[in-house]
Design a protein around this ligand. Structure first.
Ligand SMILES: [Zn+2]
Ligand SMILES: [Zn+2]
Length: 253
C-alpha cells in the first residue's frame, strides 16, 4: 500500500493518542489513523451504542426517543449514538464526550461524523429522503463559550457530516446575547430561557419543505433543539430531526 509521507511526519510530531484515555495508539508510523480510540475505549464505545434505552428498550442506535420539549414541537426523532448518565463519574467515555467542547481533533470529529452518518442514512431511507430533500444545520454555541474555547463543536460536526453525506450544510440560527448559562437553570427555566435564545437567520426559501437535521454534541433537556426546531418550522421546514453524539440525563435540581 502506498503511504503518505505526510502521515509519517504528522505521526512523528503528534503521536496519535486515544481521544478518551490518552494512551498512545498502536499504529504504523506511516499509517493514517482513522480510529481515535485505543482498543479498550473502542470497546466501551461499541458497548455504549448497544446500551438499551430505559424508555423504549431499544439499543441507543435504534432508539428514537426525544425529550418532551422536542416532542411538543413535533420533531420527528432524536438520533443519538449513546446515552450518558451525568451523575455517573465512572462513565468510561466521559472525556471523549466532553473534550468535544474544548478541543478540535480532526480524527475524532471525522470519526463521530462517520458514526452519525451510519445513523442518519437508514433514517433517511426509511422516509424516502434524498440528500437534496434535507438541510444539515447546527445549534450555535453561545458567543461567550465560543470565545472561551475558540470553537463551535456543533458547527464542526455539522460540516463534517455534510461533507460525507452530500447534504447541504446551512447556518440557520443566531444566538441572542441575553441568555443566562443553561447549566445553572432547572429543566423548566431552561426551556423558557432557550425559547428566546435563538433567532432564525434570513434564509429565503432555503429550508422551505426540507427536512432540517439539527446537529449537536450533547443533548440534555432538548430545550435548545426544541427552540431551533420551532424556528425551523416557522421558516417553512417540512420536518425537523435532531442528531447528537450523546443524550444525557441530568440530575434534577
Ligand atoms: Zn483509550
Ligand atoms: Zn428510546
Amino acid at each position: 500500500m502506498s503511504v503518505g509521507f505526510g502521515f509519517l511526519i504528522s505521526n512523528l510530531i503528534f503521536p496519535p493518542k486515544c481521544v478518551n484515555c490518552g494512551e498512545l495508539l498502536d499504529v504504523e508510523l506511516t499509517e493514517r489513523v482513522i480510529d481515535p480510540f485505543c482498543p479498550k475505549c473502542r470497546l466501551h464505545f461499541e458497548h455504549a451504542k448497544n446500551d438499551e434505552c430505559e424508555r423504549c428498550g431499544l439499543e441507543m442506535k435504534f432508539c428514537r426517543c426525544m425529550p418532551q420539549a422536542m416532542n411538543k414541537v413535533q420533531c420527528t426523532a432524536l438520533l443519538k449514538l449513546m446515552g450518558y448518565k451525568n451523575r455517573d463519574n465512572s462513565m468510561p467515555l466521559r472525556r471523549f464526550v466532553y473534550s468535544l467542547k474544548r478541543t478540535s481533533i480532526k480524527m475524532r470529529n471525522a470519526f463521530i461524523a462517520e458514526q452519525m452518518r451510519g445513523l442518519l442514512i437508514p433514517e433517511m431511507r426509511a422516509y424516502g429522503l434524498l440528500p437534496e430533500d434535507c438541510v444539515i444545520t447546527y445549534l450555535p454555541r453561545s458567543r461567550k463559550n465560543k470565545a472561551l474555547f475558540g470553537l463551535d463543536q456543533s458547527l464542526i460536526l455539522a460540516r463534517s457530516l455534510s461533507k460525507i453525506t452530500g447534504i447541504k450544510c446551512l447556518p440557520c440560527f443566531k444566538r441572542r446575547l441575553f441568555t443566562t448559562e443553561q447549566k445553572n437553570l432547572n429543566k423548566y427555566e431552561r426551556i423558557l430561557n432557550m425559547r428566546s435564545a435563538y433567532e432564525l437567520l434570513e434564509l429565503g426559501d432555503e429550508i422551505r419543505d426540507k427536512t432540517v437535521i439539527l446537529v449537536d454534541d450533547v443533548v440534555t433537556t432538548g430545550a435548545s433543539m426544541a427552540a431551533c426546531a420551532r424556528l425551523a418550522y416557522a421558516g417553512g421546514a417540512y420536518a425537523v430531526m435532531g442528531i447528537c453524539l450523546a443524550k444525557t440525563e441530568k440530575s434534577e435540581k
